[in-house]
Design a protein around this ligand. Structure first.
Ligand SMILES: Cc1cc2nc3c(=O)[nH]c(=O)nc-3n(C[C@H](O)[C@H](O)[C@H](O)COP(=O)(O)OP(=O)(O)OC[C@H]3O[C@@H](n4cnc5c(N)ncnc54)[C@H](O)[C@@H]3O)c2cc1C
Length: 425
């Protein structure tokens, strides 16, 4: 720590949100909206090549409760239909599965927006709301005590908080400092991501081809004057193929993408950098400690199948907001009860998604007849049985296990006054 930093006063806050990714920004906005005195610490994320995020109905309601939905809508494309095609060449043919939002009385399942635009919208919103303090510096270390925590910033400044919400990603320092164990694993896959222009319109349909190396998914994006038809690509493949494809001339890769998409959208043009993300999974031993709760990728990581990751992260945030809503943070017993509730909810919700995605991914990449038959039977049942199909669709967009207040259609929590708010941002 240099002398100038040592002279700076300690920053005091009720809730410190660590990490300024989309989860952290949403958490800071939500807790400030609930009346907590909030400080957000972390550097803003850089651009994520070719990455978009599909946000489903529950997440859209949450963004609406934060006042950010209109801005997201202006940059996003609605997902009205999801088309799943089995491309594994398994022994018994599997029918295509088409899911339509109108079947569950929704105009769309959700919206697809680039990660960069979403983060920029949340940041603009945070700056305009001026409801919490933003400190653009990473946290180097933590000291957890029984009645609070101190975060030491990289520049030596200190933040004293009654409670820490860790949104600092999969390598979370807050989680490590609190002594929470993790189990990690990898899949022999890389996801290549890109933004594409194509000849034919997508009609707001997302198409998922299930191949032996993982899903190849095209998700609709809004058109622009110079490119009326656009989609994003998430393509899971084995590591060797990913390296080969990345080394190819762009034009050859564009032909291959068109080929994989069975030319349904016509010729393809890659308009972004190509992103590459090694696939892995992670589970945590606990979601909380005495003065800490984990949200987002600090407590769940799995492959991007079924667009669950950020939707689950926003549920973590909204659920924690509910659990803490009537808690006096200085009362250990009240806080412990609220955190036990959060722990129970998250264990069920996150466990279900992590195992579901793991099972589907492994059932694709491990060619094994009985597993193929079970997956095929699932597709057939979903195609034939309307009530089952609708139940699965509802669970995807409005999960029944835990649906926090701000994700229900009405009942947006009223702001509460709990202490001094920051006006400086
Ligand atoms: C290819 C791909 C496609 C996906 N598609 C979807 C989708 O369609 N729908 C969906 O819901 N999810 C999707 N996901 C998942 C989703 O993108 C992630 O779950 C989400 O971006 C994670 O956000 P986060 O804020 O939790 O973590 P991160 O984005 O990793 O943010 C963590 C933040 O913490 C900061 N940080 C780290 N260390 C510190 C520190 N010491 N101090 C302060 N700050 C720190 C980092 O700089 C970063 O800004 C996809 C994922 C992949 C890989």
């Amino acid at each position: 720590m240099d002398r100038a930093d040592a002279r700076q006063p300690t920053i005091r806050t009720q809730i410190l949100v660590a990490g300024a990714g989309s989860t952290g920004l949403a958490a800071a906005l939500a807790f400030a909206r609930s009346g907590w005195q909030v400080t957000l610490a972390g550097r803003f994320p850089g651009p994520l090549a070719g990455r978009t995020v599909a946000l489903f109905e529950a997440s859209l309601r949450f963004l609406e409760s934060l006042g950010a939905l209109d801005a997201v809508k202006a940059k996003a494309c609605p997902l009205e239909t999801i088309h799943m095609i089995d491309d594994t060449d398994q022994l018994f043919p599997v029918p295509d599965l088409t899911l339509r939002a109108e079947e569950i009385d929704l105009p769309a399942f959700g919206l697809n927006v680039t990660n960069d635009e979403l983060a920029a919208i949340l940041l603009d919103h945070a700056r305009a709301a001026r409801s919490f303090e933003i400190i653009e510096a990473n946290i180097a270390d933590y000291e957890f005590e029984d009645d609070g925590a101190t975060a030491i910033l990289e520049d030596g400044r200190r933040i004293e908080a009654e409670f820490v919400v860790a949104a600092d990603g999969r390598a979370s320092k807050a989680r490590a400092a609190a002594g929470i164990d993790i189990t990690e694993w990898t899949y022999p896959q890389i996801a290549l991501t890109a933004l594409l222009r194509h000849e034919a319109p997508h009609d707001n349909v997302s198409t998922e081809y299930h191949t032996r190396s993982g899903p190849f998914t095209l998700v609709p994006l809004p058109g622009r004057d110079d490119a009326p038809n656009r989609s994003s690509l998430v393509w899971l493949m084995n590591v060797r193929d990913a390296h080969k494809r990345l080394a190819k001339p762009r034009e050859d890769l564009e032909y291959e993408i068109e080929d994989y998409a069975r030319s349904k959208l016509g010729a393809m043009k890659i308009e972004s950098d190509i992103g590459q993300f090694r696939m892995g999974g992670m589970q945590v031993s606990r979601f909380t400690s005495k003065r800490l709760a984990l949200v987002g990728e600090t407590c769940h990581v799995f492959p991007p199948i079924g667009a669950q990751g950020l939707n689950l992260s926003l549920r973590d945030v909204a659920d924690l907001e509910d659990c803490l809503s009537s808690v006096d943070l200085r009362n250990d017993k009240e806080l412990a009860r609220a955190l036990a509730r959060y722990e129970r909810h998250r264990r069920a919700d996150i466990g279900l998604r992590t195992h579901g995605v793991d099972l589907l991914n492994r059932s694709l990449i491990i060619p094994h007849l009985p597993i193929d038959l079970i997956r095929g039977a699932g597709f057939i049942a979903m195609t034939a049985l309307g009530p089952l199909r609708r139940a699965v669709m509802r669970e995807g967009v409005l999960p029944h296990l835990v649906l926090p207040r701000s994700m229900r259609a009405t009942n947006v929590p009223e702001p509460r006054a709990r202490g001094k708010r920051f006006a400086r941002v």
